[in-house]
Design a protein around this ligand. Structure first.
Ligand SMILES: Nc1ncnc2c1ncn2[C@@H]1O[C@H](COP(=O)(O)OP(=O)(O)O)[C@@H](O)[C@H]1O
Ligand SMILES: N[C@@H](CCOP(=O)(O)O)C(=O)O
Length: 301
């Protein structure tokens, strides 16, 4: 029986102005052990996040991504698949749980099929399944990523190393919001002045995160007019928390499609966060994951 172990990070996408483009890999991981068995049927066990909630058969997101990968590789579909998931990334909170599951499934299938499937093909299929490249890029590559899709529909990324003086802090509420629902709140078109505003802020944010992590630059660089206020009615408490944190000088944004809030903590702002956050939020200071998804065969460890 062939087994592979996959470790995939949580990710925070958008980072304010970089809608569908910027993403950061975080030091919070899901682990999945995947085996192809000789038997028929799919057997999934789950510990942690999503236990008792997610489908335990063919409908499980990791299994669906595996099936799509075998299909894309042109290898026969294995009948027996066994998964054991140790999940730490909360679901539907804006921390990239679905991207992590999709990447885990694709990487597991590629490792077990042993065929030819390039890293670019992995990124492309993951983006296709997820619908946007901004979580998938940091999940696969780690660090801070700028992702885009070319005119032919193929995704690309540039990976950057954020300055170690900037520490991500995530503020996770108990409430959930499906990314699909949050995407449904966005308008089809936006004013040209808002698009131009975001282009400048996204460029500034990259400079601030990688070279000049100064509070004023991080605060200006995390301003956004393209998505957060359209989605605010679906996550009023997150929108209010972002506003309170920003009012005291903390660069805070909605993480991904929400409702988690991401703050960039520096030595000047670290003590300002906790007093603004109520008891209903789980505050977690994070490391940046510098390497992204990891694949291991237990027998070769
Ligand atoms: N590890 C996982 N295993 C199975 N399904 C998952 C896993 N992670 C996410 N999902 C599915 O994806 C949904 C959340 O995806 P989404 O709405 O995109 O939120 P996010 O990716 O921000 O957590 C979950 O409700 C669940 O159906
Ligand atoms: N750019 C996407 C990011 C969604 O991230 P998730 O972690 O909430 O899935 C969006 O804003 O819709």
């Amino acid at each position: 029986m062939r087994t592979v172990e996959i470790r995939v990070p949580a990710t925070s996408a958008n980072l304010g102005p970089g809608f569908d483009a910027l993403g950061l890999a975080l030091g919070l991981h899901d682990e999945v052990e995947v085996a192809l068995t000789g038997d028929r049927g799919v057997h999934v066990t789950v510990e942690g996040e999503g236990a008792g909630e997610v489908d335990l058969g063919e409908g499980h997101l990791v299994v669906r991504a595996m099936r799509r990968t075998f299909g894309r590789m042109g290898v026969p579909q294995p009948e027996g698949i066994r998964l054991h998931c140790r999940n730490r990334i909360p679901h539907a909170r804006g921390l990239g749980s679905s991207s992590a599951a999709v990447c885990a499934g694709i990487l597991a299938a590629r490792a077990l099929a042993g065929g030819d499937f390039s890293d670019d093909a992995v990124f492309e299929l993951a983006t296709e399944l997820e619908g946007h490249p901004d979580n998938v890029a940091p999940c696969l590559a780690g660090g801070l990523t700028v992702a885009w899709v070319d005119h032919a529909g193929a995704p690309h990324m540039v990976k950057l190393v954020p300055d170690a003086r900037v520490r991500p802090v995530v503020l996770v509420p108990t409430t959930r919001l499906a990314t699909e629902t949050a995407r449904g709140l966005l308008p089809k078109d936006v004013p040209h002045k808002d698009a131009s505003f975001n282009a400048g802020r996204a460029a500034l944010l990259i400079a601030a995160l990688t070279q000049r992590p100064e509070p004023g630059l991080l605060l200006a660089g995390t301003e956004d007019r393209l998505h957060q206020h359209y989605r605010a009615p679906a996550m009023r408490e997150s929108a209010d928390l972002v506003e309170r944190l920003r009012a005291v000088g903390v660069p805070a944004v909605v993480s991904g499609a929400g409702p988690t809030v991401l703050a960039f903590s520096t030595s000047d702002s670290q003590d300002l966060i906790a007093p603004e956050v109520g008891n209903d939020w789980h505050i977690q200071q994070m490391d940046v994951d510098p390497v992204g998804a990891n694949v291991q065969f237990p027998e070769t460890r």
